[in-house]
Write a protein that binds this ligand. Structure first.
Ligand code: IMP
Ligand code: MG
Length: 181
């Protein structure tokens, strides 16, 4: 797998530091709230798992899945929810936990869908942010982001290309020849 990586963007140590910084803010901001973390499958599993362990206040967790990518590096523009949370969320302060904020369409859609169910609040947290790729129509602002990254296709720490590379413990830029061949 490592041979397909052009450059390591975030090492395990870098990620660890970013996760702890975000968790510290959540610990403070949500101490008097009723926190429900929502992990966006599958890309956010590594981030969610580390983040929830660094959160020291009571919280619950649930999962959602959304699909906008196929075996390609470009978004299709249409976001479908393929797995939904099981909680009745009216009494909860939701924090959606995402791997990467790219076009922004996934988080915008999930936020809209969840807000319509009248929870106490809905905010988003993404480990990575690719600001250069944001779709023009997306207005959503994230409450927490780990690192801004350049416009390159990245894999590892949950992020995949064609369902592979999720189990690499760091975030790296995939060699373009891997997805253009
Ligand atoms: P968005 O809706 O365009 O913001 O894309 C969100 C989803 O696309 C993320 O949850 C990822 O699953 C996927 N994605 C976007 N950029 C990358 C990337 O560089 N590598 C792997 N997956 C990506
Ligand atoms: Mg994803």
């Amino acid at each position: 797998m490592i041979n397909d990586v052009k450059e390591i963007l975030l090492s395990e140590e870098d990620i660890d530091k970013l996760v702890k910084e975000i968790a510290d803010k959540i610990n403070e901001d949500y101490k008097d709230k009723n926190l429900l973390l929502i992990c966006v499958l599958k890309g956010s599993v590594c981030f969610m798992s580390d983040l929830m362990k660094a959160i020291k206040i009571p919280c619950k967790i649930d999962f959602m899945a959304a699909k906008s990518y196929g075996a390609s590096t470009e978004t299709s523009g249409v976001v479908n929810i393929t797995y939904d949370i099981k909680y009745d969320i009216q009494d909860y302060d939701l924090l959606i936990v995402e791997d990467i904020f790219d076009s922004g369409r996934t988080l915008e859609k999930l936020t809209k869908v969840l807000k319509a169910r009248n929870p106490k609040s809905v905010e988003c947290c993404s480990l990575l942010d690719k600001p250069d790729r944001r779709a023009k129509e997306v207005e959503l602002q994230l409450k927490y982001t780990g690192a801004k990254i350049p416009d390159a296709f990245v894999v590892g720490y949950g992020l995949d290309y064609d369902e592979k590379y999720r189990n690499m413990p760091f975030v790296g830029i995939l060699k373009p020849e891997v997805y253009t061949k």
